[in-house]
Design a protein around this ligand. Structure first.
Ligand code: SIN
Ligand code: MN
Length: 234
């Protein structure tokens, strides 16, 4: 790939994208990325396969696996009612610890005062669902809000595999102001507080950008994104 378009040519320092939204490039080291990709293989062979959720009659180009809960627009269930009716895998305990580590790491660029105001409290962070989204090189996700959760705790996002063009916008509408960033393998992104209900989406995948350790073998490339959320349900 032309060096001009390699991730290194972009500013990849941790920063606040807008109040409540924090990007931590390269948060996961190579070993952690490889380990997560091995977990993904387990999830793939789990009771509920990665499936295209249908939104308003249209299957998403992204395929999703839910851990803890099964997501459909507007609701969460324990069983994959629209796939095979199997109960989804539990939300892994280690993922809570990982989410807390990400929230703690935002302290590098977030003042204590802002962290308090935004609900960035690692000790109190108890996500109960992870949506694992699988993108092939053609998959996209339109601008949307994550608003099916009753608890406004921050969302923690982790990216693996090929880089994507991620758009993070405002809470009012799908239009400007927004910022386009390149989420690469190992990057963490947190949105909570005043950014919790900001519109965001994936404009596209940049094929063949994953380094060897993060290539998603069975897809021949592509990207995986994990978002942890707190449903507020029991
Ligand atoms: C999502 O908005 O649920 C996923 C975002 C991403 O894939 O980075
Ligand atoms: Mn989302």
């Amino acid at each position: 790939m032309d060096a001009l378009f390699a991730d290194e040519a972009f500013d990849r320092r941790p920063r606040v994208i807008r109040p409540g939204a924090v990007w931590l490039p390269g948060f996961l080291d190579e070993a952690a990325q490889s380990w997560l990709l091995r977990q993904f293989e387990v999830w793939q062979s789990g009771p509920v396969p990665a499936h295209s959720t249908v939104i308003a009659g249209h299957p998403m180009s992204v395929k999703t696996i839910g851990l803890g809960w099964h997501w459909r627009p507007g609701r969460y269930d324990r069983e994959a009612v629209d796939v095979n009716r199997e109960r989804v895998l539990p939300f892994p305990e280690w993922m809570t610890r990982l989410g807390r580590t990400v929230i703690s790491a935002t302290a590098e660029v977030v003042s204590r005062e802002d962290a308090r105001a935004w609900g960035f409290d690692a000790d109190a962070y108890c996500p109960d669902v992870a949506l694992v989204n699988v993108y092939d090189e053609h998959a996209k996700m339109g601008m949307h809000q994550d608003k099916d959760e009753a608890d406004p705790a921050p969302v923690v996002s982790l990216s693996l595999g090929d880089t994507c063009l991620f758009r993070f916008g405002n809470t009012e509408n799908r239009n400007r102001p927004f910022e386009d960033i390149r989420l690469a393998t190992g990057d963490a992104f947190v949105f909570g507080g005043p950014a919790r209900f900001a519109f965001h989406g994936v404009k596209g995948i940049v094929p063949d950008t994953a380094p060897a350790h993060a290539r998603i073998g069975h897809l021949g490339g592509g990207r995986i994104n994990i978002t942890m959320r707190t449903t507020g349900r029991d």
